[in-house]
Design a protein around this ligand. Sequence first.
Ligand code: AMP
Ligand code: MG
Length: 495
Amino acid sequence: MPTQDPTTGLRLDNQFAREVQGMSVRWQPEPAPAPRWLHFNDALALELGLDAQALRSDAGLAVFSGQRIPEGAEPVAQAYAGHQFGYYSPQLGDGRALLLGELVDAAGQRFDLALKGSGPTPFARNGDGKAAVGPVLREFLTGEAMHALGVPTTRVLAAVATGEAVRRERALPGAMLARVAASHLRVGSFEYAARADDAALLGRLAEHAIARHAPHLQGQPQRHLGLLEQVVERQASLIAQWMGLGFIHGVMNTDNMTISGQTIDYGPCAFMEHFDPEEVFSSIDRDGRYAWANQPAIAHWNLSRLAETLLPLLDDNADRAGELATTAIQRFETQLSTHWLALLRSKVGLPDGADVADRVATEFLHLLQRHEVDFTLGWRRLGDAAAGNEAPLRALFGKHAAALDDWLARWRAMFGATPGAERARAMAKVNPMVIPRNHLVELALEAAADYDDLDPFERLLDEVRRPFGPRDEDSPYIQPATREETAGYRTFCGT
Ligand code: AMP
Ligand code: MG
């Protein structure tokens, strides 16, 4: 039983450091000079069974600003490798993050609690180990939005300003966040272990990952294959969800792809506005490697890198191991397309339809693309149309509204006995009204970073936590950005 910290009530275990020796370095955070709260995530604290009141205190602020290590915690920087934009880096690791330890909730579920922006570690290379207010709040907002949208994700428990400037293109106010994750194990963790001098490391990492994420496989002879299959399945489901929301991760490097199936690392990510499959937001993704439409292929590629690392554990016979890995990886495409089509069918209000429904749903996607319609509102207004109110959808298509006529007629013909209003209600549960619109995110981050004004951030946070609920038609949180605001929108790598 881990020790409980008397001032914050945190009870942190160190199972990863204990069980996977050789993949972390004991390290201490650099204390923030003058910490102040940016935001504390009460909802997440409640879900985890934490003492929110104790954590919101000065004692909590001291922990989340690296000034004080909770009793019983032994912070480590984790080692990992990774393919970044296709190129292999043998040693990345937590350059500016520290795993404080693992929390165990009332249901016995284990979660990592890690600081980010807590000062340089031995993996920092030339980085300063710091983070800035803007990117920290972006990670907070996006994680909460994704969670509310039903997407598996890491989340921010606490964000604090450090009272120190960080040097980027210009000086920016510094910040630190505390991240909660099912774990921080990544494809890149396996890439690191597979190439380590210590031949037993990979086995230790795999056992830990299985205990953590696939406990039902523990002790089974084919558990490593089972783990691979599970990661493939979870990533197929995750990427389909991203696609259905118009979400673009931006840096799908293997070090940013989790074993748990949670989304991690909200750097240059964004939700697109008008539908363009080639959309890219990251300022460093010049070739469009991580564009919206490329995400399934990239996930497949990343999973192949994971499979390669597991080969020695899959079978003593290398040929047999290769066959097993290939079969597991090949399933990704089918699984992704199954998830994607099921999602499209529910988005279009024809959840039980067969091939015809897939075709009709895909045609609607093409209509959105051809007429450059706002992705989020396009689906949402289709729900209104199912309930009998076509005007908002037609308004969205503007002068191209006539292009809908033929499609709407064929769509309606498929409704059968289920009333449109019932379909509309189901559609409103999968087609959000509110996403974190890029221009609003930028305004919120700017107000916080440049003017110490957290009101826009808090208001936006409250909005993105209720994405499916109806809104007034004139709510600024549902309107797409103007073309001027959208043109050339890029997010930077969150450093
Ligand atoms: P990311 O793009 O955030 O996934 O980071 C890629 C790698 O760069 C990871 O090893 C990070 O720990 C490291 N890194 C990013 N920013 C910094 C920084 N400011 N200082 C030290 N390391 C960093
Ligand atoms: Mg990363």
